[in-house]
Design a protein around this ligand. Structure first.
Ligand code: DMJ
Length: 456
């Protein structure tokens, strides 16, 4: 079924928005988000590996031809360093490792080089935004005290290690190792990492800690850096398990109805809210369980299972059976959105991602059942003639579409669904880690430089 869904999403993108970043499935035209400046083709690059894995050969070929002929980074564009890294660099790297086609390696390295000026700050903590023509960077105007964002500068590691590996140029790896060094020098309140860090002063901004938006994939990349190194990156391992310990102590709580959730922390006070984005953490805890220190393996798997259950409840307690952007555990509610502007669903993957990890690691059939419920809801409420659309209010049966088919729907949501219903030997965890946009990257064993050859 996810193959049919992918076909529908792809065919409509091709028909109405080919070469543009994303599709507006209701108005049947292109959608351009300013996250990518005027770099074009986000959906194509994000979808390459999904097309490959689903064996959609014709479509993969057209996508590759588009990349060869049209993907151009010599544009005057201010881009989000994080978004371009996870979707474009990550997408190109996976396409290269899966298909062995040189064009993808070449484009990935070329784009990586374009991103390097972002690191020209006094600390080497990169800017959030970069003009890839002038090389001038800056931060989001809304970010506390001119800070860079933890989840943005902390989500470059996997791709940059591979860029050094594939180009023979150590500069990429040096840049991301330096980020670790800066973080390790700093005092962390209660062992937690605030979401804001000023790249000039090297000081934290506002003490807001989140495992959802603004923080999320920083933690994910600590664990995956260790796994991707063939478990040799001890620093990554230590930073990850220390962080999880602090998260468990200070952020994880149980509601009176028995649902485990991860709250947000603002200068020592908890906000009892969990974002859809935070739901990825169930899969992360389970993936990291095996290496957990001092017989904590069982606890990490259990945390993964409890977060999966809570996130499933957030879906089940809506009218459309799709989860809201954020849900709360206060004012008498549990796992329900209470604010109008938190009731939307934009085709995000995190809950299905967690089901996929939990399925692979436990084989409890309920995760496939829950994934199936999500498929039914997506087909019923998000599928439209012109593709798939997000929804403005998951509690209202009066349908209101947001008219955007996000590129991560093709790269993540549909890929994780496909994997959830595939055998474990498709992209096995022993050989691959997924970047935060679900692009698989091979594990680099220190003694096995030809790994990518043997994994094809
Ligand atoms: C994706 O771009 C990535 O999963 C990122 O880590 C968070 N946001 C979206 C999906 O929700």
């Amino acid at each position: 079924i996810s193959l049919q869904m992918m076909k529908h999403a792809w065919d409509n993108y091709k028909r109405y928005a080919w070469g543009l970043n994303e599709l507006k499935p209701i108005s049947k035209q292109g959608h351009s988000s300013n996250l990518f400046g005027n770099i074009q083709g986000a959906t194509i690059v994000d979808a390459l590996d999904t097309l490959y894995i689903m064996e959609m050969k014709e479509e993969f070929k057209e996508a590759k031809e588009w990349v060869e002929q049209n993907l151009d980074f010599n544009v005057n564009a201010e881009i989000s360093v994080f978004e371009v890294n996870i979707r474009f660099v990550g997408g190109l790297l996976s396409a290269y490792y899966l298909s062995g086609e040189e064009i993808f390696r070449k484009k990935a390295v070329e784009l990586g080089e374009k991103l390097l000026p972002a690191f020209n700050t006094p600390t080497g903590i990169p800017w959030a935004l970069l003009n890839i023509k002038s090389g001038i960077g800056r931060n989001w105007p809304w970010a506390s005290g001119g800070s860079s964002i933890l989840a943005e500068f902390g989500t470059l590691h996997l791709e940059f290690i591979h860029l050094s590996h594939l180009s023979g140029n150590p500069v990429f790896a040096e840049k991301v190792m330096n980020i670790r060094k800066v973080l390790n020098r700093l005092d962390k309140p209660e062992g937690l990492y605030p979401n804001y860090l000023n790249p000039s002063s090297g000081q934290w901004g506002q003490h807001h800690v989140s495992i959802g938006g603004l923080g999320d994939s920083f933690y994910e990349y600590l664990l995956k850096a260790w796994l991707m190194s063939g478990k040799t990156d001890e620093e990554g391992r230590k930073m990850y398990y220390d962080a999880v310990q602090a998260i468990e102590t200070h952020l994880i709580r149980k509601s009176s109805g028995g649902l485990t959730y991860i709250a947000e922390w603002k200068g020592g006070l908890l906000e009892h809210k969990m974002g859809h984005l935070t739901c990825f953490a169930g899969g992360m805890f389970a993936l990291g369980a095996d290496g957990a220190p001092s017989d904590k393996t069982g606890r990490h798997i259990e945390l993964g299972a409890e977060i999966a259950r809570t996130c499933h409840e957030s879906y089940d307690r809506t009218s459309l059976k799709l989860g809201p952007e954020a849900f709360r555990f206060d004012g008498g509610v549990e796992a329900i959105a209470t604010r109008q502007n938190e009731k939307y669903y934009i085709l995000r993957p995190e809950v299905i991602e967690t089901y996929m990890y939990m399925w692979r690691l436990t084989h409890d059939p309920k995760y496939r059942q829950w994934g199936w419920e999500a498929v039914e809801a997506l087909e019923k409420y998000c599928r439209v003639d012109g593709g798939y659309s997000g929804i403005r209010d998951v509690y209202s049966s009066r349908q209101s579409h947001d008219d955007v088919q996000q590129s991560f729907f093709l790269s993540e949501t549909l890929k994780y669904l496909y994997l959830l219903f595939s055998e474990d030997d498709l992209l096995p965890f022993e050989h691959w880690v997924f970047n935060t946009e679900a692009h698989p990257l091979p594990i680099l064993d220190k003694d096995d430089e030809n790994k990518e050859e043997t994994q094809k």
